[in-house]
Design a protein around this ligand. Structure first.
Ligand code: PAF
Length: 284
């Protein structure tokens, strides 16, 4: 695996591969890699001859009260994990290289819809931070395709919208949610849970599944489904942030659409977990 620290390094590697007729698939990450990330890299390897993973803890997407400085930086362990999968190059730039004019003065890329709701409602500016860094990384790496996890459903929808709106010639590949055996979606944040919280955590997915079953069984009173799921989350030990049945494409509150996503975010102690599940309703 090549380790590229500068724009020139990664661009010339990808350029060489392109000249040889090889397709590059990109997996952007914040590092602190776990099995979920490795599954993204394995999926990337199925879609091209070359895979590039980036590790960059992006200050622009963290809010003032969020865990930017505390976010685990585990580069040595991350490199070891990437060596165990089919990763052609790791791109790990410095803050200075990515934000030469400072974070405050960075030109931004903002998707106007979908970004102030759900996670965006309590994390103002977060998705603009994500789309800005993803656009920059796409310009630097110039991949043919990029993999994003369905676990971050809203992020995936926002990135797809940016790619469409800005005519970026990059295929977006959607990776299924990687889960522990008990159903908990794999996330770097799971590492913050204590033992008691880790025992409670799988209830988030159980409650999502129950809501899905209820809707599939014909209950289309979404506000009631949402309200009762929040009560279930409270009883399980969570402090719910949102639990919402949405149109899977626009993320607007669900009405008569058939492709739905149920998205949830909830606090367990000091850890905020997110998860989601999708469903297709049969036409009436
Ligand atoms: O999902 C993430 O890890 C980050 O939001 C991303 C896409 C790498 C952008 O920093």
């Amino acid at each position: 695996m090549d380790i590229c620290r500068t724009f020139d390094d990664i661009r010339s590697a990808v350029g060489r591969w392109r000249a040889a007729g090889e397709r590059t698939v990109f997996v952007p990450t914040l590092g602190n890699l776990h099995e979920g990330h490795l599954q993204l890299v394995r999926l990337a390897a199925q879609h091209g001859q070359r895979t590039v993973v980036s590790i960059f803890v992006n200050p622009l997407q963290f809010g003032k009260n969020e865990d930017y400085s505390l976010y685990p930086r585990t580069m040595d362990a991350d490199i070891e994990k990437l060596e165990s999968v089919d990763c052609s190059a790791l791109f790990c730039p410095t803050d200075k290289e990515i934000y030469p004019n400072g974070v405050e003065e960075q030109t931004t890329v903002a998707v106007p819809t979908m970004t102030n709701i759900l996670c965006g409602a309590t994390r103002p500016g977060h998705f603009t931070g994500v789309t800005t860094i993803v656009a920059k990384l796409f310009n630097i790496v110039q991949p043919d395709a990029a993999v994003f996890g369905i676990k971050d459903f809203q992020q995936l929808a926002v990135v797809k919208r940016m790619v469409q709106d800005l005519c970026m010639p990059i295929e977006i590949i959607e990776a299924p949610v990687a889960r522990a055996e008990d159903g908990l979606a794999l996330s770097s944040r799971n590492g913050y849970l204590n033992d008691a919280e880790r025992d409670i955590a799988p209830a988030l997915y159980r409650i999502l599944r129950a809501a899905r079953e209820r809707i599939l069984a014909g209950d289309h009173n979404y506000p009631l489904v949402e309200a009762e799921a929040k009560v279930d989350l409270l009883h399980a030990g969570f402090l719910p942030d949102y639990f919402s049945v949405r149109c899977a494409r626009t993320l607007e509150p669900a009405a008569a659409e058939q492709e739905l996503a149920i998205l949830a975010a909830a606090w367990l102690g000091r850890t905020r977990l997110i998860d989601n599940i999708t469903l297709t309703l049969q036409s009436p």
